[in-house]
Structure formats: structure tokens, C-alpha cells
Design a protein around this ligand. Structure first.
Ligand code: SF4
Length: 272
């Protein structure tokens, strides 16, 4: 089948950095708080090399090494790590740190904060955790979540959102709050991958990535919104039974390994 590899795709700067830091920490038998990135293949690879993935800091023995994921953590986690005398390797992506700095500044200046993002996503939890419990903050997923009649509003956002969907929310926020402070937190790796998918001329787009990956799901949505058929592929087994129209475009989430992309590409290329 005629198959095209869409560029750019796959590992972004932040994921490469996080994985390199974890790799370097392996001799210390590190504990990793949450998934280092949302991809099972990568998690399994590091488990085999001796990293131990935990969901709560209480599972980490005092004095050991802990790795914070690329999604970032809240201040409480940092304090707890200090109390437990953990050696911290913080792989939070610098673009996520920029969002943290932005919300902390808004908090300092007494703004109500509208955080556009997916409720319950690790990055959103980490960003909320940078703020005191007294801060007025609203997580905005859809137009109905936008509160009305606030006096001083600042907007921040998750780094891996769809730019087009976020623009709809931003427009509504600006209608309600023309003086709102805005900072576009969607990172360039996310937008350039979405733009490449939108602009490709393939009727079918396959997004290689994990079902837990926010940016994988956004790539599927972006492809569908631009009139293409789109499927999320975790492994080549997911190709079974799909209605594929050629040429097929393949992209990959920022956390998806290129080896998986090549496996999918090879199978499709060999199909008559
Ligand atoms: S998707 Fe963007 S914010 Fe997230 S790790 Fe990659 S570069 Fe950083």
C-alpha cells in the first residue's frame, strides 16, 4: 500500500530530554513517579532496565532516587521528596516549566486563573499543584466551563492541546474578558505535528501512540477535523480490520518510539 511518513512526527525535545535523564539515572535504580511519558513500550523498556514506576511518593523508600516525569509535579510533591531526603531528577519539560512560571506569576498578581486543559491529566494536576489551595483557578475543557463575571482573568494552558480547539475557547474567553492576560502555552512540537497532519493530502492518517497520550489523541482529532479518516495505532495488531484509503499517512505522538512507526510502515508497505 502507498504509505507516507509525515514529518515532523514522534519524539519531541522534551521527551528525548526526559528519557536521556532517566537513562543516565539507571545505575541508581531510580523510582519514577508516574509514567515518564505516556507510552507502554517505553515504560516496559525502562522497567526491564531496573526503573521502578510508582503512582505515589509514599511507595519510594527514603533516601533513594526519584525521577519526576516530563509532565511536571506540584509543590507538595517537591516538599515531600525533600522530607524523605530523596535524590530528585526532575525531567519536567522546560515548556511545562514555562506554564508553571506563568500561573505562579498570575497567582502572585491575584488573577483568577483559567487553565485550559484536560481534567485529570498529569500535566494539569502538576500545574494546579504549583498553586495554593486558596487561588481561584478553573480548569476549562469546553465553553461551558468558562466562568462568568470574574474581575481579573489570566489564561494558561496545557502544552499538548489542539491549537484549533483551544482557539475556540480563547475566542470565547476574550469576548467575556477582553483584558484577560493570555500566554499560548501549546508547545511548538505539538503545533508543528498537528500542522503537518492537517496539511498532508492523505485520506487516511494513522497516529502511532498510546491511548493514554494526550497529544496522540489530539493528532487523531486534528486529522478528523481536516476531513481525513484517522486511527490511533498502539501496535501493528491494531491495523487489523481498518478501512484504509491510500495514500496512508503515518504520524506519531511525541512519546511514540520510531521503532513502532517503522514496524507499522513496513507492514503497510508490504501489503498489496
Ligand atoms: S510535547 Fe511539548 S511540552 Fe510536552 S514534552 Fe514534548 S516539547 Fe515538552
Amino acid at each position: 500500500m502507498k504509505t507516507i511518513l509525515i514529518e515532523p512526527r514522534g519524539f519531541c525535545f522534551g521527551v528525548r530530554r526526559a528519557l536521556a535523564l532517566l537513562e543516565k539515572a539507571l545505575p541508581q535504580k531510580p523510582y519514577v513517579l508516574h509514567e515518564i511519558v505516556h507510552n507502554k513500550v517505553i515504560i516496559d523498556f525502562f522497567k526491564e532496565k531496573g526503573a521502578c514506576f510508582v503512582e505515589d511518593l509514599s511507595e519510594v523508600p527514603d533516601g533513594s532516587t526519584v525521577v519526576f516525569s516530563a509532565h511536571g509535579v506540584g509543590k507538595e510533591i517537591e516538599s515531600l521528596a525533600a522530607q524523605k531526603k530523596l535524590r530528585v531528577i526532575d525531567t519536567t519539560c522546560p515548556f511545562v516549566k514555562k506554564v508553571h512560571a506563568h500561573v505562579e506569576q498570575l497567582e502572585k498578581e491575584d488573577y483568577h486563573i483559567l487553565l485550559i486543559g484536560k481534567k485529570g491529566h498529569a500535566e494539569v494536576i502538576g500545574t494546579l499543584g504549583r498553586l495554593s489551595s486558596e487561588t481561584s483557578v478553573f480548569v476549562i475543557e469546553k465553553k461551558e466551563d468558562i466562568p462568568q463575571k470574574l474581575d481579573k482573568v489570566g489564561v494558561a494552558m496545557q502544552t499538548t492541546l489542539s491549537q484549533d480547539e483551544t482557539d475556540v475557547l480563547l475566542k470565547r474567553i476574550q469576548q467575556l474578558y477582553p483584558n484577560a492576560i493570555l500566554e499560548n502555552g501549546i508547545c511548538f512540537a505539538t503545533t508543528e505535528r498537528q500542522t503537518a497532519v492537517k496539511n498532508c493530502s492523505c485520506p487516511t492518517v494513522l497516529v502511532v501512540g498510546d491511548t493514554h497520550s494526550s497529544n496522540a489523541k489530539r493528532l487523531v482529532e486534528v486529522a478528523k477535523a481536516s476531513g481525513k479518516k484517522a486511527y490511533l495505532i498502539e501496535t501493528p495488531a491494531d491495523l487489523r480490520g481498518l478501512n484504509l484509503q491510500e495514500p496512508i499517512g503515518i504520524t506519531a505522538a511525541a512519546s511514540a518510539p520510531e521503532s513502532m512507526v517503522q514496524a507499522v510502515y513496513q507492514i503497510l508497505s508490504d501489503m498489496s
